[in-house]
Design a protein around this ligand. Structure first.
Ligand code: FNR
Length: 339
C-alpha cells in the first residue's frame, strides 16, 4: 500500500456517518466547508464483500460495484482519500477483515457501527447489538487492528449508567483502536431526548484514546456551537450529523452559507460525480425543509432527474454540458444508492 500519513483523530471536526446523506458529493462539500474528516454512510459488510473495485476514469473516481445489478455500492475519489473514514456494519470479525483488506487502499480509516438501534442492524447482530456483547465487539476490533494498515475506530452509544459506559470504552480501547466515537444518548433514546455531555466528559477523563463527541445537533446552529459541545464534553473531537444534514456549512468558521448558494455547490458536485438523482433529491430536501412548501419547493418535489433539479437552481446548462461530456468519455456507471 502507498504510504499515507496516518489519520489523527485529535481536535477534528467530523461529518458523522449518515445513511443516504454521506455519499461522495456531500462528503466533498463537507470538506470544502471545513470538516477535517468525513465518514461514509454505514455500508454493510456482505454488500461490500461481494462488490468489485472498478476505477472510473471518466469521473476520476473509484467505484465499488455490485456485480449482480451494476449498482454502485460506494464511490470515492482521490480528493477525499486522506480524510475519509468508511463506516461498516458487521457482526463478524473475519468478514469485517476481508472487507477492510479490500478497501484499505481507498480510505484512511475504518469505523465499525456499534450504535445503530434499527431492527435491521440488531437482527443481524450489528450496530447496537454489539453493545450488549462487548467480547464480540472487542474481537472484531482486535482482528481489524492487527490485520489492517489503517486506523480502526468504532462508534457507540452510551449505556444507561456512567460506570458501565467507562468499562465498555476501556475494554474497546484496549483492542488498539485509534479513537472512539460516542453518541451521547443510550440505545433507547431518540433525537428529541437531550444528550448527556456529562457522561462523555466522565469517559474522556477515564481513557487515553481520543474521544469523538456526537449527539449535540439539537443545540448546534453555527460553528461556535460545535466547539461549545466539544468543550462541554471535554472531548478531543466533535462529530456532527443532523445539523450538517440541514446545513453542511456549519463546519465553516466564517459562518453559514445562504441556502441557495449551498444547494448550488452541492448540485454541482452531484453533476460532477454523476450522483443518483433520488439521492441528490433526498439531500436537497433535507436542506430545504419547510421551504418545500413554497411554489419553487413544490416544483422541486416533482423533479425526477438531476437535470430537472439543476434547472431550478439555474444549473441546467452546466448539467447538460457535463452529462454530454461524460457520455462521450464513456462513464461506466451511475452512483446508485439503494434505499
Ligand atoms: C444517522 N446516524 C447514523 N449513525 C451511524 O453510526 N451510521 C449511520 O449510517 C447513520 N445514519 C444516519 C442517517 C441520518 C439521516 C441521521 C440523521 C443520522 C446517526 C448519526 O450519525 C448521529 O449519531 C446522530 O444523529 C446524533 O448526532 P447529531 O444528529 O446530534 O449530530
Amino acid at each position: 500500500m502507498k504510504t499515507r500519513q496516518r489519520l489523527d483523530y485529535r481536535n477534528k471536526l467530523i461529518l458523522a456517518p449518515m445513511v443516504r446523506v454521506g455519499t461522495l458529493p456531500m462528503r466533498l462539500l463537507a470538506l470544502e466547508m471545513g470538516a477535517d474528516i468525513v465518514y461514509t454512510e454505514e455500508l454493510v459488510d456482505l454488500k461490500l464483500l461481494r462488490s468489485i473495485r472498478r476505477p472510473n476514469p471518466a469521473l476520476g473516481t473509484v467505484d465499488f460495484v455490485d456485480p449482480s445489478d451494476g449498482t454502485i455500492v460506494f464511490r470515492t475519489c482521490a480528493q477525499e482519500t486522506s480524510r475519509l473514514v468508511l463506516q461498516m456494519g458487521t457482526s463478524d470479525a473475519r468478514r469485517a477483515l476481508a472487507v477492510g483488506m479490500l478497501l484499505q487502499r481507498d480510505i484512511s480509516g475504518l469505523d465499525i457501527n456499534m450504535g445503530c438501534p434499527k431492527e435491521f442492524s440488531i437482527k443481524g447482530g450489528m450496530g447496537a447489538a454489539l453493545l450488549a456483547d462487548p467480547d464480540k465487539a472487542a474481537n472484531i476490533l482486535r482482528t481489524l487492528c492487527s490485520g489492517l494498515d489503517i486506523p480502526v475506530t468504532c462508534k457507540i452509544r452510551i449505556l444507561p449508567d456512567v460506570e458501565r459506559t467507562i468499562d465498555l470504552v476501556q475494554k474497546l480501547a484496549a483492542t488498539g483502536i485509534a479513537a472512539i466515537g460516542i453518541h451521547a444518548r443510550t440505545r433507547d433514546e431518540r433525537p428529541q431526548h437531550p444528550a448527556h455531555p456529562e457522561v462523555l466528559r466522565a469517559v474522556a477523563q477515564a481513557v487515553d484514546i481520543p474521544i469523538i463527541a456526537n449527539g449535540g445537533s439539537k443545540n448546534m446552529h453555527c460553528y461556535e456551537d460545535l466547539r461549545k459541545f466539544q468543550l462541554e464534553c471535554g472531548a478531543d473531537s466533535v462529530m456532527v450529523a443532523r445539523a450538517a444534514q440541514i446545513n453542511v456549512s456549519i463546519f465553516r468558521p466564517e459562518g453559514l452559507l445562504p441556502m441557495d448558494e449551498l444547494i448550488k455547490k452541492y448540485l454541482r458536485l452531484c453533476v460532477d460525480y454523476d450522483n443518483a438523482p433520488h439521492n441528490a433529491k433526498y439531500c436537497v430536501q433535507s436542506i430545504l425543509r419547510e421551504m418545500q412548501e413554497t411554489p419553487r419547493g413544490k416544483r422541486f418535489l416533482q423533479c425526477q432527474t438531476l437535470q430537472q433539479i439543476c434547472e431550478i437552481w439555474e444549473l441546467g446548462e452546466y448539467c447538460r454540458r457535463k452529462q454530454r461530456e461524460l457520455r462521450t468519455m464513456g462513464n461506466s456507471g451511475r452512483a446508485e444508492v439503494k434505499p
